[in-house]
Design a binder for this molecule. Structure first.
Ligand code: SF4
Length: 145
């Protein structure tokens, strides 16, 4: 499951994408609308700024905006930058690899082989969707019909 930090980062970036080209957005606005604790949001935006995805300006008229057009930011990239794990089991994770207690040999484990495929297909899907795509909350239900 994605960490809370990664989920907050996605919401903050969706918020900035909605305001792309309209000037800086105040941290307090993002925090209030997206229900993200302001201190945590400060840390998240700093990390995103270090990666170049977010730009900022201090001062009364300052704020945050996307440093890159939304069409050039895929959900896959965003999750990788936040070091979010897409794996359903820790031994299939690239960044948070762990083995469970009583692990069988990894190279002989069919569960791990299956979960590596799930991880790779998930990453492929997330790489194909970017922040300019119109992802509606009910899109999955419509797609499934
Ligand atoms: S038993 Fe299989 S699924 Fe569990 S940690 Fe070991 S390799 Fe991974």
């Amino acid at each position: 499951m994605l960490s809370q930090k990664t989920r907050y980062a996605i919401r903050a970036m969706q918020h900035l994408a909605d305001h792309y080209g309209k000037g800086p957005v105040q941290l307090a606005d993002i925090a209030e609308v997206q229900k993200i604790p302001p201190k945590f949001l400060t840390v998240i935006l700093s990390e995103l700024a270090r990666s170049g995805l977010v730009a900022s300006q201090r001062g009364k008229d300052g704020g945050y905006w996307l440093g890159v057009p939304p069409i050039d930011i895929s959900y896959g990239d965003l999750i990788r930058i936040m070091r979010g794990s897409l794996a359903l089991v820790p031994c299939a994770s690239r960044y948070a690899h762990e083995t469970c207690q009583n692990c069988v040999e990894e190279e002989n484990c069919r569960t791990r082989a299956l979960m590596l495929q799930v991880r790779d297909k998930t990453a492929h899907l997330l790489d194909s969707i970017n922040l300019s795509d119109n992802v509606e909350a009910d899109a999955y239900l419509l797609a499934a019909e």
